[in-house]
Ligand binder design. Structure first.
Ligand SMILES: O=C(O)CCC(=O)C(=O)O
Ligand SMILES: [Fe+2]
Length: 246
């Protein structure tokens, strides 16, 4: 992956887009979800506000439990406590979203099966509030390795993150990707941060696909509107069998 020119790529359809990650840091699948579908899910996300899961002292919220926030806050037990109630909450407010995100994984990876990871919470939604720390400074620079089994990570077995933008902030809020992949440490070094990088801009209904070992960061954003995106993580646990979770 040499030049910063082709750090990101745009694809017209999800099918097989995973293959593009061999030579790009991120692939954007444009218009994967219709604006009407996104608007319905966003309405559902707001109707679920009382049931949002708060993380990092209100820096961010989710509809459905996200493993990495629970893990980092020492609350993994709460994540694994009755995951079906988390899935039921997502389904009640955003009908079809979880299955659509699993179907998305199936399309992205091509001829393979994507199933729910047993005992884990299914795909969910991130809400980043306007005026909050992420809006002001951007998110944490990170890799999406927390949910991977240790042996999976050690062998660098395939793993992806797909993010669907449901509601863009009023401006900015793209996803920055670096020409850097996970090297066994959770925080990027200063040298790694100087590697070539690019900001993926994505619109409502677009999907961004990255390797879970890819260094990435949500960019600061402006305006009075929440940034709302749906995430699914997936790992190839056996030949052509992928497990997904949030
Ligand atoms: O919302 C996004 O653009 C990406 C969020 C993220 O880094 C993640 O879900 O792991
Ligand atoms: Fe991430």
């Amino acid at each position: 992956m040499a030049s910063s020119r082709d750090l990101t790529r745009r694809a017209r359809a999800a099918r097989g887009a995973y293959a593009e990650l061999a030579s790009a840091c991120a692939v954007v699948v444009e218009n994967h979800f219709s604006p009407e579908q996104c608007a319905r899910w966003v309405e559902g996300v707001y109707s679920a506000r009382a049931g949002w899961t708060q993380a990092f002292a209100g820096e961010q919220f989710s509809l459905g439990r996200a493993f990495y926030t629970h893990f980092e806050e020492g609350k993994s037990a709460a994540y694994f406590d009755d995951p079906s109630s988390s899935d039921a909450r997502v389904e009640a407010h955003c009908p079809g979203l979880q299955q659509a995100m699993r179907d998305l994984v199936t399309s992205l990876v091509g001829d393979a099966r994507a199933v729910q990871r047993r005992g884990w919470c299914g795909p969910g939604v991130h809400v980043f509030p306007p005026g909050g720390p992420v809006a002001a400074r951007g998110g944490v620079r990170h890799f999406d390795t927390e949910g991977l089994a240790a042996h999976h990570t050690r062998a660098r077995r395939s793993a992806i993150t797909a993010v669907a933008m449901l509601q863009t902030p009023e401006s900015d809020g793209g996803l920055k990707v670096w020409d850097v992949t996970y090297d066994g440490h959770d925080h990027p070094t200063r040298t790694e941060l100087r590697a070539p990088s690019a900001v993926v801009t994505y619109r409502t209904g677009d999907v961004v696909l990255i390797d879970s070992y890819r260094l990435h960061q949500i960019q600061p954003f402006e305006g009075g509107r929440e940034r709302i995106s749906a995430t699914v993580h997936a790992a190839e646990v056996d030949a052509n069998l992928w497990e997904s979770w949030f």
